[in-house]
Design a protein around this ligand. Structure first.
Ligand code: 5GP
Length: 312
């Protein structure tokens, strides 16, 4: 018979119990099922087929173990930054799980989320109650597809504001600083990155392009729908930072048509055209990451769809 010292017994208390392979496998399967259930909950919250009240009423261990932060971030129109603001306001710690929510905290959360239709909630958190916070649209698509013509048409509507990006690219003839872009040096751009001024930024064809968070926020606070015409890496960053944004991909009626438009631009040599065609193919492959794909057969039709979407 083996005798353990009291010290050894003490150490053993802290060791995980030895599980047989059957139990280990069962536990593994349980963990996978719980992960799946959490992913499913998040997806349903995002698409609006599950609301906060119903979720909180669910009898589910997977839900109980979910972080409050995760739950809020998954709600449409909230996202990481607002979820943090909301939790700070109610005094919920960032590591709190749903099961650990106090009754008062739960009621206050429901009150804030339910009383405020999504966009109003944002404006309340942004400090302006009453006014409707404008929506955020991202327009992306391959070069040559006609994004600028679409955004120019949208800018004629009072409710829309087309964001003016910052870029290190040199102005082309006819472009005006502060209207077409804010043209800046690379040094200036990099210091803005360091100051966290950008909602998103990306390097494209050797130049830096970025959207100023503050400018967009200001316009949305005034109730304008802000439109960003940006490339795909930027669109992905907006998706993360502002899950409430609507990402629209503009697609050509056919590959042949796009190729003809790219070749027909006249300003590029053969190697530049070849590069642009490869890039266009890569960009087209990303269309499934967007909320909506609009085929640009008629600019007016695309614009009508976007206007209808903003007012829906
Ligand atoms: P261009 O130099 O032809 O004006 O623009 C080149 C590409 O940069 C286009 O695809 C345009 O949509 C994109 N772009 C313009 N502004 C921004 C921006 O602020 N952020 C990102 N990510 N892309 C931008």
């Amino acid at each position: 018979m083996i005798h353990f010292t009291s010290e050894a017994k003490q150490t053993m208390k802290h060791l995980p119990p030895q599980l047989d392979s059957e139990t280990r496998r069962a536990n593994g399967m349980k963990a996978v099922a719980a992960r799946r259930e959490r992913a499913d909950i998040k997806r349903r919250l995002k698409e609006g087929t599950l609301d906060l009240r119903s979720l909180l009423g669910l009898e589910s261990e997977a839900k109980d173990r979910m972080l409050v932060m995760e739950m809020l971030e998954s709600l449409p129109f909230i996202g990481e930054i607002r979820a943090k603001e909301l939790m700070e306001r109610i005094g919920i710690s960032s590591r709190r799980r749903i099961a650990g929510l106090g009754v008062k905290q739960r009621d206050r959360l429901l009150e804030l989320v339910e009383k405020n239709p999504s966009r109003k909630l944002l404006s309340t958190l942004g400090g302006v109650s009453g006014s409707i916070y404008g929506r955020l649209f991202v327009i992306s698509g391959p070069g040559g597809v006609g994004k600028s013509t679409i955004t120019q048409s949208l800018s004629r509507f009072d409710d829309f504001f087309v964001s003016v990006s910052v870029t290190t690219r040199a102005p082309r003839s006819g472009e005006i600083d502060g209207v077409s872009y804010h043209f800046v040096s690379r040094e200036d751009f990099e210091s803005r990155i360091a100051n966290n001024e950008f909602m998103e930024w990306a390097e494209f064809a050797g130049n830096l392009y970025g959207t100023l968070e503050h400018d967009v926020h200001e316009k949305r606070m005034l109730g304008k729908h802000v439109v960003l015409e940006i490339e795909i890496q930027g669109a992905r960053q907006v998706r993360k930072r502002h899950p409430e944004a609507t990402l629209v991909f503009i697609s050509p009626p056919s590959w042949e048509e796009l190729e003809a438009r790219i070749r027909g631009r006249g300003s590029d040599d053969d190697s530049r055209i070849a590069q642009r065609l490869i890039l266009a193919q890569e960009e087209l492959a990303a269309s499934n990451e967007f909320d909506l794909v609009l085929v640009n057969t008629e600019v007016a039709e695309v614009v009508d769809r976007l206007v209808a979407l903003a007012t829906s």
